[in-house]
Design a binder for this molecule. Structure first.
Ligand code: FAD
Length: 381
């Protein structure tokens, strides 16, 4: 890398900025330019779904500005700059503000909310929260309102439902599955989570999808596929995210569910890498903080001369639902075996065991989440 041909990181989310810090831990001087479409302020995305309980206004969630990050990390940060194309031959990116050559290019582009596809004259007002700017718009929308309908009872939907209900909003959650987080949790654990949120006042609509959103008085009517209508003030879509792959695909990089990279985080063309929510590492997209930290640490070493593969420890997913917390370590996809579920007053302890009784994963709820570390130790052994 040289000042004319630096390492270029695209994206100022946790993946992009964590990588920048990892590079700087190892090399104080190698030229790095970070390019980002947003304002480049550092923030922790997981805080967006518990900021009401934390008593934080949207503005309080922004950490260091782009200028401050650039100064602290001895890097160039180009905010409000969108990358439009990658020339992998010339090793050059085209942005809406000019071109930039790279020695190494790291795509840390994140993921987009899946379009909700709703009909009706209120469909365009449905919100999704995937960054700080979205969150500011969401907080403005709920200000002075009473009722919020959340579409999707996955991790993010459950967290927002908890935060909103705790803050006194009447919350409806429309969820296609028979219980929340049904792809991660066995039924008993999911039902307990649903009950915990219901005890805060959340109304569940299981096995349903929303079809239309129409203006109704000051608010909206949300029509479900069984014809029922929910009257609400704000509709928040949390039906899922998908990796941003378009830019990479257009440049001829291999993509699947994400930008395909190997354990060294190398894409299918030389000197291009991907990490975070946009990356499909060795066949798997893991859209959580802990994996992107592991990836950033490994790639930081690789880009400063010590090629290092991303090797994950056991990484439980923690759902921030104080009404009934959840910690789950899903078994690897396709693992044979089944759940052994114990339900107590305080929560559910579900262990995923193989035929020989060997622990492969777990799902803990309520007070049972306190067993997480002991189970991780048992797994490591
Ligand atoms: P992002 O933060 O999305 O960053 C992508 C960056 O790329 C942005 O700066 C964007 O502007 C930029 N960009 C995109 N395209 C371009 C372009 N063409 N040109 C220039 N710049 C571009 N995970 C957990 O582990 N625990 C949790 O408790 C948790 N809670 C969450 C709560 C919410 C509400 C949400 C939405 C997610 C949560 N997650 C949680 C997931 C976690 O936050 C993400 O995995 C992580 O933040 C992704 O970081 P990223 O840097 O890959 O992507």
């Amino acid at each position: 890398p040289s000042p004319d041909r630096p390492i270029v990181i695209v994206g100022s989310g946790l993946a992009g900025y964590t990588l920048l810090k990892e590079i700087r831990k190892r090399d104080a001087a190698v030229p790095v330019t970070l390019v980002t479409a947003d304002d480049g302020a550092f923030y922790s995305k997981p805080k967006l779904s518990n900021a009401l309980a934390a008593g934080k206004p949207a503005a309080a969630l922004a950490g260091a500005s782009a200028e401050k990050m650039a100064a602290e990390q001895n890097a160039t940060v180009l905010a409000h700059t969108r990358v439009c194309a990658i020339d992998t031959q010339a090793q050059r990116i085209r942005t809406d503000r000019g071109e930039l050559d790279y020695a190494g290019l790291v795509l840390a582009l994140g993921a987009d909310p899946i379009p909700h596809g709703l009909q009706g004259d209120g469909a365009a007002d449905v919100l999704a929260v995937n960054d700080l700017a979205d969150y500011a718009a969401f907080r403005a929308a709920i200000d002075g309102k009473r009722r919020v309908t959340v579409l999707g009872g996955g991790l993010i939907g459950c967290e927002f439902a908890n935060d909103l209900a705790q803050a006194g909003f009447a919350v409806d959650v429309v969820h296609l599955g028979a219980w929340p987080l049904e792809r991660l949790l066995p039924q008993e654990a999911g039902v307990r989570l649903a009950d915990g949120l219901a005890s805060l006042g959340v109304t569940w609509h299981f096995g349903r999808t929303a079809q239309r959103v129409e203006h109704a008085g000051e608010g909206y009517g949300v029509t479900l596929d069984d014809g029922a209508t929910i009257t609400t003030d704000v509709v928040l879509s949390a039906i899922g995210l998908r990796s941003r792959t378009r830019l990479a695909r257009a440049a001829g990089l291999a993509t699947g569910r994400g930008i395909q990279v190997n354990r060294l985080l190398e894409a299918s063309v030389p000197n291009v890498y991907a990490i975070g929510d946009c990356a499909e590492v060795d066949g798997v997209v893991l859209p959580y903080v802990q994996p992107l930290m592991v990836q950033a640490r490994a790639l930081g070493a690789t880009l400063t001369g010590a090629p290092t593969a991303a090797v994950y420890p056991a990484m439980p997913v923690v759902v921030k639902t104080p009404a009934h917390p959840v910690a789950v370590l899903p078994p690897t996809i396709g693992a044979a075996g089944g759940w052994k579920v114990e339900c107590g007053d305080a929560g559910v302890c579900a262990l995923h065991l193989d035929a020989a009784g060997q622990l492969q994963g777990f799902a803990l709820t309520g007070a049972e989440t306190g067993r997480r570390d002991a189970l991780l130790k048992a797994l490591a052994a």
